[in-house]
Design a protein around this ligand. Structure first.
Ligand code: TYD
Ligand code: MG
Length: 257
């Protein structure tokens, strides 16, 4: 059994997924299992992934989804994460995506914080968001700073900057019947929706250091949402629920206590 299970979701990011995997394989903290959850990516992406699969720390899963209409029925990364959570063994859970690169000490720092503070269940770090243009040249960067203990983590924290104890998950499952909510009304804020669940019970504790680079490419869903180009998946999604709704609800929950 590994100390930490890292769940990395992947779909069609051939230029980035290798960097994301290497960021994890190069961690200073050695005792992890990497759940590499691919949503049936194109051949180019599969080839990159295949080149890492002889590493014993990797558990690989590839979905068999093909139709866009199927992709729009549930938040795909939530489906993959839930699938990994059913089987992963770590005492701690950490999340990653195919366009996010962990800094070498990310696991070490977060695990140290959880090991030395038994009352803390969830930690989050600062992160560098890197915006790239069509040619993947740097457009600009932004720092997401982790500075306060928060019970309103939705849309303030990205799941690639989070680690939590695995033993809190049954509480979530018992109340909502799943770990991550797969409802496509939250497609763009799936992690915010999961944090909304967590924040009913626990605070997020900050580590002020920047521990990952989060790339926003022209292929990212959020970039596509803002662009004028037509994306067939986006057109099939239901009306989207909002950050404001989740954050207002959490504020009201905690102000009443
Ligand atoms: P991404 O395109 O990176 O969106 P964002 O703008 O939110 O960063 O997608 C987020 C994650 O979802 C990424 O790890 C890939 C995964 N994903 C799937 O697993 N299946 C899919 O069909 C799509 C569109 C994304
Ligand atoms: Mg992304």
């Amino acid at each position: 059994m590994s100390t930490v299970s890292i769940i990395l979701t992947s779909y069609n990011k051939p230029k980035f997924v290798g960097k994301a995997i290497e960021g994890i394989l190069n961690q200073t903290y050695p005792d992890f299992e990497l759940w590499l959850m691919d949503d049936n990516s194109n051949e180019e992406t599969q080839q990159v992934i295949a080149s890492y699969l002889n590493d014993q720390r990797i558990r690989y899963f590839r979905s068999n989804i093909t139709e866009i209409s199927e992709r729009a029925k549930s938040i795909r990364y939530a489906v993959l994460i839930n699938k990994a959570l059913e089987s992963c063994q770590g005492k701690y859970i950490s999340y990653a995506t195919d366009d996010n690169v962990y800094y070498p000490e990310r696991l070490e720092r977060m695990i140290h914080m959880l090991e030395t503070n038994p009352e803390i269940n969830i930690v989050y770090s600062s992160s560098k968001v890197v915006f790239l243009d069509k040619e993947d040249k740097l457009k600009n960067t932004m720092h997401r700073i982790a500075k306060s203990v928060t019970t309103v983590a939705s849309c303030q924290v990205d799941h690639c900057s989070v680690m939590h104890r695995a033993d809190i998950l049954p509480v979530i499952y018992q109340r909502w019947g799943s770990y991550w909510d797969e409802d496509p009304q939250f497609y763009f804020i799936g992690d915010a929706r999961f944090f909304w669940r967590l924040c009913h019970y626990w605070s997020f504790y900050p580590l002020s250091e920047i521990l990952d680079d989060n790339y926003m490419t022209t292929e990212s869903l959020h970039t596509q949402l803002k662009s004028q180009e037509e994306n067939p998946l986006l057109q099939l999604l239901p009306e989207q629920r909002t950050c404001k709704e989740l954050r207002d609800h959490l504020r009201s929950l905690w102000s009443g206590k």
